[in-house]
Design a protein around this ligand. Structure first.
Ligand code: SAM
Length: 326
């Protein structure tokens, strides 16, 4: 059973929260936004030394991969087509590759060229699959990179990448256009209204009184998350009136994990806070963890491969959007 860390415990260890903040501030001071993000994201990617879990810093994949593994054979026929948007280095795709039927063509869109190389190298190790298009670009510039034709893709993946779209509603409609009859789009995003990164953002905004005109990260979060409520069907029926879709949404209790309190404080900047320069934001995360630990369900894992790690709640939405068959 995990050990909950309540306010009396955090009060008793005040000094450790301050030490953790000093460590993070020293590490991140002077780094530009990109390097700050990389340092924080490296905490998520931490591999398990005994290969028991892929990413020690989060169990997001552990929650959505089983649903995806169940979905794949129901939507991808032999010789089918998969499109992985913001696919990273392919390590998540690798967790479903054995479920994908022989002869399937896998196309990738990913702005990081190094990740695309890694992804293509991985595909070469999978003789039952063929590499399709490799588009080294961001989603919003995709149409200039010769994407697959509409109605030709059996499975579109958008796993933890919706954050990067200027208009996520229009983006989901664009993704739905790719779907062949009977195909499915699988989307995962963090629930930042309730999760640690969103709460850290709000704590920071409260402490500084907002980011000034033009910057409204809370509105971006609200717009994105409304799509997992009831706004998407209306967008789809307006844009694609002759196609029928079914949407299924799940809320999953995923978490973020750190070996130290400093890891948890650093992880506050893997989402919207990544765009806030400087290191003042980390004090807000320290205060949140120390003063309202119950708001983020702060705890220490007491068994399993993450035994001894600190963790906080970072739930996620999983959406499966199916296009009806002909
Ligand atoms: C959190 S990672 C998720 C990677 C992968 N989908 C997974 O679940 O393992 C986000 C990915 O989105 C990519 N990305 C960043 N900006 C993007 C954009 N504008 N369009 C598409 N992908 C983007 C990043 O390079 C990164 O690989």
């Amino acid at each position: 059973m995990p050990i909950p860390i309540d306010r009396s415990r955090t009060r008793a260890m005040r000094g450790r929260f301050d030490e953790a903040l000093t460590l993070v501030t020293n590490e991140f001071a002077g780094l530009d936004g990109d390097r700050q993000y990389r340092n924080a994201f490296a905490r998520l990617l931490k591999p398990d030394p005994l290969e028991r879990v892929v990413m020690l810093g989060t169990d997001q994949r552990d929650h959505f991969v089983p649903a995806l593994r169940a979905l794949v054979p129901t939507v991808v026929p032999p010789g089918g087509r998969v499109l992985d948007l913001g696919g990273g280095d392919g390590r998540t795709f690798a967790l479903i590759a054995d479920r994908i039927p022989r002869g399937t063509q896998v196309s990738i869109l990913e702005p990081n060229a190094g990740y695309v190389d890694d992804y293509l190298s991985y595909l070469q190790t999978q003789p039952h699959l063929a590499a399709g298009r490799a588009m080294v670009t961001g989603f919003d510039a995709m149409d200039a990179a010769a994407p697959p034709d509409d109605s030709t893709v059996h499975l579109v993946l958008a796993l933890h990448m919706l954050y990067f779209l200027a208009d996520p509603g229009a983006g989901l409609v664009r993704m739905a256009r790719f779907l062949a009859p009977g195909g499915a789009l699988c989307v995962v995003v963090a629930d930042e209204t309730n999760g640690y990164t969103g709460r850290s953002l709000r704590a920071f905004l409260d402490s500084v009184g907002g980011l000034g005109p033009g910057a409204d990260p809370l509105a971006s979060i609200a717009r994105r998350e409304a799509l997992f409520g009831d706004t998407l069907p209306g967008l789809l029926s307006t844009a694609l009136p002759d196609r029928r879709f079914e949407v299924e949404t799940h809320h999953q209790p995923s978490r973020l994990y750190g070996h130290t309190l400093a890891d948890l404080i650093a992880l506050s900047t893997i989402a919207e806070l990544a765009d806030v320069p400087g290191t003042d934001k980390f004090a807000a995360a320290r205060d949140l963890l120390r003063d309202t630990p119950e708001a983020v369900d702060l705890r220490i894992e007491d068994d399993g491969p993450r035994k001894g790690m600190w963790s906080v709640s970072q739930p996620q939405f999983l959406m499966i959007l199916r296009r009806a068959g002909l």
